[in-house]
Write a protein that binds this ligand. Structure first.
Ligand code: URP
Ligand code: ZN
Ligand code: ZN
Length: 465
């Protein structure tokens, strides 16, 4: 038997969800072997990480790689998207496989497995988005859970394309409950959005800003409240994705206070960007079109507070990139702009600056909200912590190595960067996936196919897990 290679990350400061301490981290093969004052074993690779924070690799539980959407395909595939992930310190993502009529769920899962297999640089799992909840689909849910996909997503918006109605939603939630799986929802009232969009276009309001104006906060808050009530009625555990505003977060909190098993996330962009980004001229404004939309800046402090208190328990990216050319399709009609932001690479650097440096969250809270809690919620048992026996999924972050945002530093497959011209105060130095260096000081050094599918156990459920 060949001896497994050892790597020692020496002299760094380990950040866990519970605290920070100076420690070396010994990796043997794919696992963390020891944390503390560790002597390098003979033949080990020693990496000096003095001055750096050593954190569990981030997990992004909300991505859309190669997603067919609004007649287009999101522009990052599993190769480019996972390179960008690694460059941003992300070592595992959970992507949405989407049921596509008339296909049932198993064929959708096979399609997404085929896309990822042999292409990914970091590990990945899937959620299954149900878009046509007929009897056969609901039957298929058990096979999906057996395949290691223990969460189902329902869209309450995107009428005519992805939207699920309340009757089907209730039936899916009951089935998910019986299977011990998690139901995730995109919470916007799709009927009201549809009405407001039609009215706006009829009135000649076609610019990007009208995307946001036709999806007001109450549309999200109402759907969040409705989903929570269905969770309360069915007993199904619910995870509300991409909460954007205080009004919707308040509905999550109210449900949690009633003891309903509801948990929720927000995304980096809702903590950092505002509705005014959609007022930028031409295609620039279209780059910021996502759903639910970016909100008024007055939501930032309340959202950070919900994150800090753990009511919004995690922060993901909802990475769903489209190029300038794809975005420009809606220059004359905002409703044709493919929805989604290119964001997977920027979460750590942005949350570090706007969260930690700004004094809104601690480094440990950052680790918790971007890795540890996500691992627990989504059943990623080997991930999310720096501890012996866990996968050696590690990001080494140098808080005093600034890095400019821009296409020259981005690995995302888009021809712009939403933070172009800004500088992050710190940057990722190394990203290791199961002990293998994937990103090393500005370069991707792994091969496509290093990343593996991670079968997930039944998701952790309950409001406060
Ligand atoms: O605009 C967004 N968020 N695009 C991706 C699909 C979704 O709704 O999550
Ligand atoms: Zn969504
Ligand atoms: Zn999404």
């Amino acid at each position: 038997m060949t001896e497994e290679h050892a790597t020692l990350l020496q002299g760094g400061r380990v950040v866990s969800a519970d605290g920070e301490y100076d420690a070396d981290v010994l990796i043997v093969g794919e696992k963390i072997a020891a944390v503390g004052e560790v002597e390098a074993p003979p033949g080990a690779t020693v990496i000096d990480v003095a001055g750096c924070r050593v954190m569990p690799g981030l997990i992004d539980n909300h991505t859309h790689l190669s997603m067919p959407f609004m007649g287009m395909m999101s522009s990052d595939d599993y190769n480019t998207g996972t390179q960008a992930a690694a460059a941003g310190g992300v070592t595992c993502l959970v992507d949405f496989a989407i049921q596509r009529e008339p296909d049932q769920l198993r064929s959708a899962l096979a399609e997404w497995q085929g896309r990822a297999d042999g292409a990914a640089h970091v590990d990945y799992g899937f959620h299954m988005a149900i878009t046509n909840a007929n009897e056969a689909t609901i039957d298929d849910m058990a096979a999906i859970v057996d395949a290691g996909v223990s969460s189902f997503k329902l869209f309450m918006a995107y009428k005519g394309e992805l939207m699920t109605r309340d009757d089907a939603m209730t039936a899916c939630m009951e089935r998910a409950r019986d299977l011990g799986a998690l139901t995730m929802v995109h919470a916007e009232n799709g009927d009201v959005v549809d009405l407001l969009v039609k009215r706006a276009l009829h009135a000649g309001q076609t610019d990007a800003i009208h995307h946001a104006l036709t999806r007001p906060e109450f549309v999200e808050a109402e759907a969040t409240s409705r989903a929570a009530r269905l969770s309360e009625y069915t007993g199904a555990s619910l995870f509300v994705v991409h909460v954007t505003c205080a009004a919707a977060a308040a509905e999550v909190q109210a449900a949690q206070q009633r003891g309903v098993p509801v948990s929720a996330e927000t995304c980096t962009q809702y903590l950092v960007n505002t509705i005014d980004d959609l007022r930028r001229p031409g295609v620039e404004g279209c780059r910021y079109i996502c759903s639910p939309p970016l909100r008024e800046a007055s939501n930032h402090e309340p959202l950070w507070d919900y994150v800090q208190r753990g009511i919004l328990e995690s922060v993901s990216t909802d990475h769903c990139p489209f190029t300038n050319e794809q975005k420009a399709r809606g220059l004359e009609n905002f409703s044709l702009v493919p929805n989604g932001l290119a964001a997977i690479q920027h979460r750590l650097a942005k949350l570090w600056d706007e969260g930690v440096v700004a004094g809104r969250i601690t480094p440990s809270q950052l680790v918790d909200r971007t890795s540890t809690t996500i691992a627990r919620r989504f059943g990623l048992e080997d991930k999310g912590a720096i501890a012996p026996g866990k996968d050696a999924d590690i990001v080494v972050f140098d808080p005093s190595a600034p890095r400019d945002y821009g296409t020259h530093t981005s690995f995302m497959n888009v021809d712009y960067d939403i933070y172009d011209g800004e500088t992050a105060s710190g940057s990722v130095r190394h990203t290791l996936s199961r002990g293998t260096m994937v990103y090393d000081q500005g370069k991707i050094v792994s091969e496509p196919g290093h990343g593996r599918f991670v079968a997930r156990a039944g998701a952790a459920v309950g409001a406060t897990a």
